[in-house]
Design a protein around this ligand. Structure first.
Ligand code: NAP
Length: 434
């Protein structure tokens, strides 16, 4: 028997549990520990609420959890309720699958104004993460600047631009839907510090922007390289760039689609300005060097806006005693091994890149590594040791069966057409299981 603790119940955590289950059969006991009483991490709190087909992957994780070898232990905060050192005493292997829930910091003057939000906060707000339920973003803004040209920037713009009808069938939380109903947003500007050939947006997601009921994407033809250069792009990127090129004709929809979504390329934000609140963003035009990095040209202009949402990537929170790479915002590791017995997977290992599926091979690689590093017969206490420690500390751990009760209660209180109405408060979640 091997005892494995996985910290974090998002995709990276569940794929690692599944891999351990497949590799070790009955000879493993896996505890997936999460600080929230509800599982699935990024699937619940990161994936856009109108992308329900992506969220359906949680059924696979549920299956993993329904076997005897894998257990969900929610409402337990590593670093507060129990330390990594204690977990290492209890388990043969500790796997950090903590994701990257913190925003990469936008380091420009004025970014501390209250209407400058990070995507972790904004996405967490509309997805009902307890940490961000009280965010109250200023949607009286008419002009919103979104910094970054990645898929998160696209999610944020789409949610801001969609009509209530277009959000039917999503699990956007009621507090966000209420605020979006009253939104005054008329103009959304993506600021990309590089050009159309350097975007990090994927074709399917970019294509959705061209299909919105009341918003039209706009690009400046002058920002594109020669069309012949598209042939050198890899196929996915070529499709994305083709979407961008097609957006050039969207200007014709001005009457029927009043919200503008403008792609401002070669545009690097350098300062947020305003008297006590955001009034404008100062942007510097850029050009690319031979390595395709952006460099400022010195030419500056002001973009009037009242809300700035920075979608420039995420960081993994450091944990005391665990080696950390500050520059890349992830744990210091060699292919997932921090040291024998301590591992990391997913964004905590790679940094915030790749799709949900990218975590699958990560999980399987870690199971192989654990097999190499750890003998078959454990002398560690494992599960009973954890339970005794948590009980002694008065921690009300949440089981998968408890989560199923919370799940049921969320489904039961859903508004018409929505799959669930999430609880956004930890006490409410706990009450629903009792
Ligand atoms: P991302 O894909 O890394 O994009 C970050 C963007 O921010 C890039 O355009 C980057 O530009 C820009 N940026 C970084 N630092 C900047 C700075 N200081 N100033 C201005 N711009 C800056 O990150 P993400 O959008 O957060 O997405 C994270 C991961 O989740 C990605 O793998 C993404 O594909 C995935 N995701 C997928 C979906 C989906 O499949 N539906 C949805 C959401 C997220 P440079 O290129 O110049 O660095």
């Amino acid at each position: 028997m091997r005892h494995i603790a996985i910290i974090g119940s998002g995709p990276a955590g569940y794929y690692s549990a599944e891999a351990a289950q497949k590799k070790f059969g009955e000879n493993v006991s896996v505890d997936i520990i999460d600080r929230l009483p509800v599982p699935f991490g990024l699937i619940r709190s990161g994936v856009a609420p109108d992308h329900q087909s992506i969220k359906a992957v949680s059924r696979r994780y549920e299956k993993t959890n329904l076997g005897d070898t894998v257990r969900f232990v929610g409402n337990v905060t590593v670093g507060e309720d129990i330390s990594i050192a204690e977990l290492q005493e209890l388990y043969d292997a500790v796997v950090l699958a903590t994701g990257a829930p913190m925003d990469r910091v936008l380091e420009i003057p004025g970014s501390d104004l209250p209407e400058v939000l990070g995507s972790a906060a904004f996405v967490g707000w509309y997805n009902g993460h307890p940490d961000f339920r009280d965010l109250d973003p200023p949607l009286d803004a008419k002009s919103v600047a979104i910094i970054g040209n990645g898929n998160v920037a696209l999610d944020v713009a789409r949610i801001l631009a969609k009509t209530e009808q277009e959000l039917d069938g999503s699990d956007i939380v009621a507090h966000a839907l209420d605020r979006l109903r009253q939104s005054k947003v008329e103009k959304i500007t993506f600021l990309g510090r590089r050009g159309p050939h350097q975007i990090a947006m994927t074709p399917k997601e970019l294509g959705e922007l061209g299909e919105l009921q009341r918003a039209r994407p706009l690009v400046d033809a002058g920002d594109f390289p020669d069309i012949g250069d598209d042939a050198m792009l890899e196929p996915g990127m070529r499709k994305s760039v083709t979407h961008l090129r097609n957006f050039q004709i969207a200007a014709a929809d001005a009457q029927s689609k009043p919200i503008e979504i403008i792609f401002d390329f070669f545009a690097m934000p350098v300062e947020v300005q305003g008297e006590g609140r955001v009034e404008r963003l100062i942007v510097e035009k850029t050009t690319l060097d031979k390595d395709l990095r952006s460099i400022g040209t010195g030419e500056r202009y002001a973009l009037d806006c009242q809300l700035v949402i920075s979608c420039i990537g995420y960081r993994t929170p450091a944990i005391e005693g665990v080696p950390y790479e500050h520059g890349r915002g992830r744990f210091a590791n060699s292919d997932g091994r921090i040291l024998p017995g301590l591992y990391c997977v997913g964004w905590a290992k790679r940094g915030p890149s790749g799709t949900i599926g990218t975590n699958k091979p990560d999980g399987f690689a870690i199971a192989d590594m654990i097999d190499e590093d750890i003998g078959e017969n454990s002398s560690k206490p494992g599960r009973p040791g954890l339970d005794a420690m948590l009980a002694g500390r008065g921690v009300d751990a949440v089981t998968f069966r408890d989560w199923q009760k919370i799940d049921k209660a969320e489904i039961a209180r859903a508004r018409e057409g929505s799959p669930r109405e999430k609880f956004t408060d930890i006490d409410e979640m706990i009450a629903a299981k009792n």
